[in-house]
Design a protein around this ligand. Structure first.
Ligand code: F6R
Length: 600
């Protein structure tokens, strides 16, 4: 949440910062700002709204080789121009951008800043005022920065400008992600390598509680005690075209379409020379050592975890619990004797999940992260990582990462099963190949899904998704997709649970989207459809070939019964997409949301 960029070098920084912020807009987009610094001082431009709004107010004529920028997802204080970053100290000497949450900002304000009139409602302003205060009391900027950091409780990624030293950007990080990018005659700062791929693919990872002094020719990393740290850069293996929309109107549509490709890439990445699926032996051993697996995740990743539980229990015969990370944090269940934790996170940065990871690591338990982002916090801090290989997912609504998570979980289950001598009656490589082909068929049926969306969702205020077993979990994901991008009130329910309360909500014309892909519960879910139809519902049944009836709205191609979530979700993604489009919603950047939820 919130994105940070910084540039120091010999080019004009404005355009580099704005372009960088455009790439980070997925992290938050309620307001944005940049500060640029030259011999004449610092100029701050900030605006409520999107980067495009910020662009409109940036003075083209100002030339400056140093600058920082920020795109915001509000935590403290409403989205407004005043609360937008960068924030400046009252003297105007210091200018700061911040991603994260300072938990003790109120205490610090009372203890140190009684006499200071604050302009904004943000926690960030406290930081910049403290630095100014300590400098006034005689500290150098570096000392004041360091002293301030030791007082902060919470999460931060910071970039600071000092008008009296226009050759330096002061940077620090704790819990929130931040990278320094290296160039020949410049250096950059970014929350995500994607932002500065325009100028460099060489990055240095920063660890918590590190400070970095960035000049155009040097990057000096230190810990809070001032000890120098050396760390080699890595090459960000991102293709610039991966982060462009190309001819697509929205990233979400592009990412839905990429799913067959991602499936094939996952098969290839997890296959050995003999064509068998394989994962690190260490991970297999950890799975086999565990008496119970605890999957921890949020949102869409949690929904993938629910499907993963089915795979691991049915294929590998290891019991699994799936927990929402924000709940698990303070409501930990009684753990088994030998638990293994699996964190599922597209971004690898979700603060709620990270909180649990830190906790369980302190308790001495092993953890595996399944993520799309190599080197992300959750990946670094867990014992093991499995990558999704889905390529950057930019649309806020997750699509290809969800199916990639499910595919990787199926591989984890299969490899574990085999290591335990359990014979499966299918070949997963082949089955995933069939899935990839089926995905293509569905992606090619966009017009039909647009029509279904128009028929069932164009005027409704609410919608229900029902299913049984694995279809129920996909229904939960379908409901989340629909509500987050189209703002239609949508809920997913287990088919049998409806009559225990929810059926009271069914009125004439209420759309009920039912998934019928499981032979064992086909008759029961169809019975549930009849119950809602008898009360006036408008049913949209999505079934699988072999189980279809004449009343069905769409029949998905047949795939292995366990793997149906990989394809039954595509109709739900697409009808949500078209519902949002019909309602003229901002598909890729839904209101109030951000892609990477780095605050708890
Ligand atoms: C919904 C969505 C979110 C994320 C959730 C967890 O489309 O994307 O629900 O799944 O915020 O994010 P990650 O997977 O990055 O931990």
């Amino acid at each position: 949440m919130c994105g940070i960029v910084g540039y120091i070098g010999s080019q004009d920084s404005k355009e580099i910062l704005l372009k960088g912020l455009e790439k980070l807009e997925y992290r938050g987009y309620d307001s944005a700002g940049i500060a640029v610094m030259n011999d004449n001082g610092v100029q701050v431009f900030k605006e409520k709204g999107r980067i495009a709004d910020l662009r409109n107010i940036v003075d083209e004529d100002v030339m400056a080789n140093t600058g920082i920028g920020h795109t915001r997802w509000a935590t403290h204080g409403v989205p407004s121009k005043v609360n937008a970053h960068p924030h400046q100290s009252t003297s105007g000497r210091f200018t700061l951008v911040h991603n994260g949450v300072i938990e003790n900002y109120d205490i610090l304000k009372r203890e140190y800043l009684q006499g200071v009139t604050l302009k904004s409602d943000t926690d960030t302003e406290i930081i910049v005022q403290l630095i100014d205060l300590f400098v006034n009391e005689g500290s150098t900027t570096e000392e004041a920065f360091r002293k301030t950091l030791t007082l902060l409780k919470g999460s931060y990624a910071l970039a600071l400008l000092d008008v009296e030293n226009n050759e330096t950007i002061f940077v620090a990080k704790n819990k929130s992600p931040l990278l320094v990018g290296l160039g020949e005659t410049f250096n950059v700062v970014a929350s995500d390598a994607m932002a500065m791929l325009q100028v460099t693919d060489q990055y240095v990872e920063l660890m918590d509680k590190e400070i970095v002094i960035v000049t155009k020719n040097e990057v000096k990393i230190q810990n809070l005690n001032g000890d120098d740290i050396s760390r080699d850069p890595y090459t960000a293996e991102l293709d610039a075209s991966d982060i462009e929309k190309g001819t697509y109107p929205h990233y979400m549509l592009k990412e839905i379409d990429e799913q067959p490709l991602v499936m094939r890439k996952i098969i290839q990445k997890y296959q050995n020379d003999r064509g068998d699926l394989t994962i690190d032996q260490e991970i297999v051993d950890a799975m086999n050592d565990a008496d119970r697996i605890y999957i921890i995740a949020a949102g869409t990743s949690y929904h993938a975890g629910l499907v993963g539980k089915q795979f691991i229990e049915k294929m590998a015969k290891v019991p699994v619990e799936v927990h929402i990370s924000s709940e698990f944090g303070y409501n930990m269940p009684l753990l088994s004797e030998k638990p293994l934790f699996i964190f599922i996170s597209q971004s690898g940065e979700t603060a709620d999940s990270r909180g649990v990871l830190v906790n369980v690591k302190e308790m001495g338990h092993k953890a595996l992260t399944i993520t799309n982002v190599q080197g992300s916090t959750l990946s670094r801090e867990a014992d093991y990582t499995l990558l999704l290989y889905a390529g950057p997912e930019i649309a806020v609504a997750s699509t290809k990462a969800y199916t990639a998570q499910i595919a990787v979980l199926s591989i984890l289950a299969e490899v574990t099963a085999k290591s335990r001598g359990i014979d499966l009656d299918f070949n997963l490589v082949q089955e995933l190949g069939i899935v990839a082909n089926a995905m293509e068929v569905l992606c090619d049926a966009k017009e039909e899904f647009e029509e279904i969306s128009r028929k069932f969702l164009s005027t409704t205020r609410n919608a229900f998704f029902i299913g049984r077993g694995i279809d129920f979990y996909v229904g939960l994901e379908g409901a989340l997709k629909l509500k987050e991008i189209s703002y239609i009130q949508a809920e997913g329910f287990a088919g049998g649970e409806l009559k225990h309360g929810t059926i009271a909500l069914i009125e004439n014309g209420t759309p009920v989207i039912a998934l019928a892909t499981q032979e064992s519960v086909n008759l029961s879910i169809r019975g549930n459809v009849k119950e809602v139809v008898a009360r006036g519902a408008n049913p949209c049944i999505i079934s699988m070939k072999g189980l279809e009836t004449e009343e069905d709205s769409f029949i998905i191609p047949e795939v292995n019964g366990l793997l149906t979530p990989l394809i039954s979700v595509i109709p739900l993604q697409l009808i949500s997409y078209y519902a949002a489009l019909h309602r003229e919603c901002d598909v890729d950047k839904p209101r109030n949301l951000a892609k990477s939820v780095t605050v708890e």
